[in-house]
Design a protein around this ligand. Structure first.
Ligand code: AMP
Ligand code: MG
Length: 178
């Protein structure tokens, strides 16, 4: 039981799918929450404002969060393969972060852009960007592959389609070897 990193575009439902891992004794850590704890000390008041910070500030917070999480032992990490910033797609697992986390598996949770758009529209608690969801998912595959090559992690894709979360959880369970 090592570290498992779970990624997916905002609104794909990754937190829902990975919640199932708790039943198998994994502790779940949210990378964004860990980063936000650091960011709040610096006056950031909304987690959805972090991706608008200067990239160097995001990278500093990212580094702090990655180091904290790397000391937590065997966990499932809820995070992103890429973050859409005003200056482009920032890797969520740059070399220094993926080396610190050293995951066994990098999971990509995916759905169709239409399904994701529909889910985002239903969630009023978050500030979502108007973006090209299909493009973001293809960038995520490329960034996940690059991170995997650095550490030798496997990459697994879980499809989380509408009204089939049980199917997605089952795929995730198999990937965890449970
Ligand atoms: P989430 O709740 O998963 O959407 O994460 C909230 C925010 O945390 C994201 O919009 C990013 O600003 C930040 N975040 C999460 N994971 C990472 C990461 N691996 N690298 C950089 N920023 C991240
Ligand atoms: Mg989430």
């Amino acid at each position: 039981m090592g570290v498992v990193v779970v990624t997916g575009v905002p609104g794909v439902g990754k937190s829902t799918v990975m919640g199932a891992a708790e039943e198998y004794g994994y502790k779940i850590v949210n990378f964004g929450t860990t980063m936000f704890e650091e960011a709040q000390n610096e006056g950031v008041s909304d987690r959805d404002d972090m991706r608008k910070l200067a990239v160097e500030d995001q990278q500093r917070l990212q580094k702090q969060a990655g180091e904290k999480i790397s000391q937590m032992g065997n966990v499932v990490v809820d995070t992103h393969a890429s973050i859409l910033t005003p200056s482009g797609y920032m890797p969520g697992l740059p070399e220094w972060t993926v080396r610190a986390l050293n995951p066994d598996i990098i999971v990509l949770v995916e759905a169709t852009p239409e399904e994701i758009e529909g889910r985002r529209n239903k969630d009023a608690t978050r500030v979502r960007d108007k973006d090209d969801i299909g493009l973001h998912q293809s960038v995520n595959r490329e960034y996940a592959a690059t991170a995997a090559v650095i550490t030798g992690s496997t990459v697994a894709i879980v499809e989380n389609h509408d009204n089939q979360v049980d199917v997605a959880v089952e795929q995730f369970r198999k990937i965890l070897g449970k």
